[in-house]
Design a protein around this ligand. Structure first.
Ligand code: ZN
Length: 299
């Protein structure tokens, strides 16, 4: 087993950031420059045996979001391709994801074809290498120390998260997924596609306190009385306070949550963020009861 196989996406991303900080003697920009990373990698211990990673090229095939491949004629050269129709923030995430495969997985495969599900969702049902590449991209583009200092000093809403996403040049969605995995607060993120749940992510403390969304139908539709169900409201970036029990059946009646809503303009896709009041962990809960497949696996 090579040393690279023991590394995780977040450890590798931290190391790359350390190199970047040294490279930028006058301070690193908030939005990581992936061109610098691409050009730097072959000269680092993560690029052993590689002469060059070629500049990323666009392709317009909706079957893939991104690709990493070794040049069949020159084994010291690798190349990246990305979906040119995606938004700029998404393209950045995809290129970072492919750089993650380059560092972590190129000893296992000559070619990586990454579809829309694989890039950027970080859902738990993905193959390990896809989750690791997402983890790398997420940690590289949204460094934990910066994120921590920015979120800890203010009350969170979609405006705050949207501003941070802009500074990192990532999508609001990518920032929210990172936030959910990062925060110590109770938070739930739901991604709706054409009126049904596509993914759901919960923060650790939401899992520990058994905060979960009431299931009504399969596939899951928005619950009555929520912003998600209100077709007249497309955006709610400040959040609306409501009884947590409207969303989560096991919450006590006095518990409150704030619901946020962001609709993507062109398509029928909606992002819901729920920030719940804090609660004591439910110690009697057994983790297996809480992991019965709803999270992140609704397509
Ligand atoms: Zn991938």
């Amino acid at each position: 087993m090579s040393a690279a196989q023991a590394l995780t996406g977040s450890i590798v991303a931290n190391t790359v950031q350390k190199w970047l900080r040294a490279w930028y003697s006058t301070g690193m920009p908030d939005a990581i420059d992936l061109e610098v990373v691409r050009q730097m990698l072959p000269s680092t211990p993560y690029g052993t045996g590689v002469r060059e990673i070629r500049p990323p090229v666009q392709f317009n095939d909706d079957a893939f979001e991104g690709m990493l491949a070794r040049d069949p004629n020159d084994h010291e050269v690798w190349g990246i391709a990305y979906n040119g129709k995606s938004r700029l923030e998404r393209q950045r995430f995809t290129i970072a994801h492919e750089l993650g495969h380059f560092i972590l997985h190129r000893s296992q495969q000559q070619k990586f074809n990454c579809d829309k599900q694989s890039v950027h969702t970080g859902i738990e049902t993905l193959r390990d290498i896809e989750r690791e590449a997402d983890d790398f991209a997420s940690n590289l583009l949204m460094p934990g120390d910066l994120l921590r200092s920015w979120v800890s000093s203010q009350r969170i809403d979609f405006r705050v998260l949207g501003d941070i996403a802009k500074r990192f040049q990532v999508s609001l969605e990518a920032l929210c997924i990172r936030y959910i995995k990062f925060t110590t607060d109770r938070a739930i993120l739901v991604y709706w596609d054409n009126g049904f749940v596509k993914y759901e992510w919960r923060s650790n403390s939401a899992k520990k306190t058994r905060a979960r969304i009431r299931r009504n139908t399969d596939p899951q539709e928005p619950l009555p009385g929520t912003l998600a169900a209100d077709a007249d409201i497309e955006q709610e970036w400040d959040g609306i306070e409501m009884s947590a029990a409207i969303w989560c059946p096991e919450e006590a009646q006095h518990m409150k949550l704030r619901e946020f809503k962001h609709s993507h303009p062109a398509r029928d896709r909606v992002l819901t963020l729920l920030l719940l009041e804090s609660a004591e962990p439910r110690r009697w809960d057994r983790s297996w009861q809480d992991e019965d497949g709803f999270d992140g696996n609704n397509r």
